[in-house]
Design a protein around this ligand. Structure first.
Ligand SMILES: Nc1ncnc2c1ncn2[C@@H]1O[C@H](COP(=O)(O)OP(=O)(O)OP(=O)(O)O)[C@@H](O)[C@H]1O
Length: 252
């Protein structure tokens, strides 16, 4: 389980994550939503130790992330960051193979290669596996990075805005792939999302952040109510029931 205890992060005098205490479900898909600047990425970065905590503790399966050796954490938890710049010239297959590093240490086995080919196939990357990352569109590159993260085959899969740059077809395919990872492989998938309707249709649990604090936690059904959403976004959002799913409409 991922557990944050009184976690804060400050920049100068500004608290951007403010005393957050939170337990994330051990399995399934959890979406973190909330307005720009609410602290979602900062929280995810602290959970994955990309960013030091100003105070508090993050535990992953009881291990304090600040004291756990990097390789031990990398075998339990993988993260897709928002800024996926790569400087060296890598092909898609090289990048995805790199995801196996915590297991292969740079010497991929037959099993590692099978994971790579599986991840390429699941994300529809086979036709472009030989292409260099700097020859790809934004959405193709985003899918390659997600494949790298999934290839790490960790129990905890953290993704900061995985739908960035994806068209509707690829966004739906990505969410189905993440659901598959949760449902058939039993993983814990945690993602930062801006689109409420993807959060509503594909999550088991939703955490909403606002101004550095957890403003709401619950099921999509509990989230998708105009009064709850107004409290998170300061916006009038209508909810419509469509095929049993709650759909938000905010255009007026
Ligand atoms: N290096 C930094 N120095 C100063 N302030 C920062 C730094 N990084 C982030 N912040 C501030 O911390 C706050 C939280 O940022 P964060 O990226 O966690 O928000 P977010 O909820 O992920 O937002 P978005 O939806 O826009 O991606 C913002 O006000 C941001 O300006």
């Amino acid at each position: 389980m991922i557990e944050a205890r009184n976690v804060s992060r400050r920049y100068g005098d500004t608290l951007v994550v403010d005393d957050v205490t939170l337990k994330l479900p051990e399995r399934g898909v959890t979406s973190i939503i909330g307005p720009n600047g609410a602290g979602k990425s900062t929280l995810l970065s602290m959970v994955s130790r990309l960013l030091p905590l100003s105070s508090g503790t993050v535990l992953v399966d009881g291990m304090d992330v600040t004291r756990t050796p990097g390789d031990a954490l990398a075998r339990r938890l993988a993260i897709l960051r928002q800024d996926n710049a790569v400087t060296s010239r890598l092909t898609v297959r090289d990048l995805v193979t790199f995801g196996r590093y915590p297991h292969s240490r740079g010497r991929p086995t037959v099993e590692d290669r099978a994971f790579v080919e599986g991840a390429l196939a699941h994300l529809g990357l086979e036709p472009i596996a030989h292409r260099f990352l700097d020859e790809l569109s934004g959405g193709q590159r985003q899918r390659a990075f997600v494949a790298m993260v999934l290839c790490q085959d960790t129990h905890y899969v953290l993704l900061d805005e995985p739908l960035n740059s994806l068209d509707m077809k690829h966004a739906v395919a990505m969410m189905k792939e993440l659901r598959r990872a949760a449902d058939t492989l039993g993983k814990c998938v945690v993602l930062v999302l801006h689109d409420l309707n993807y959060a509503s249709c594909y999550s088991d649990h939703v955490v909403a952040m606002r101004a550095g604090k957890v403003a709401f936690q619950g099921t999509p059904e509990e989230l998708m109510r105009p009064d709850v959403l107004r409290g998170i976004y300061d916006l009038d959002i209508d909810i419509h029931l469509l095929d049993g799913k709650r759909i938000a409409v905010h255009y007026r």
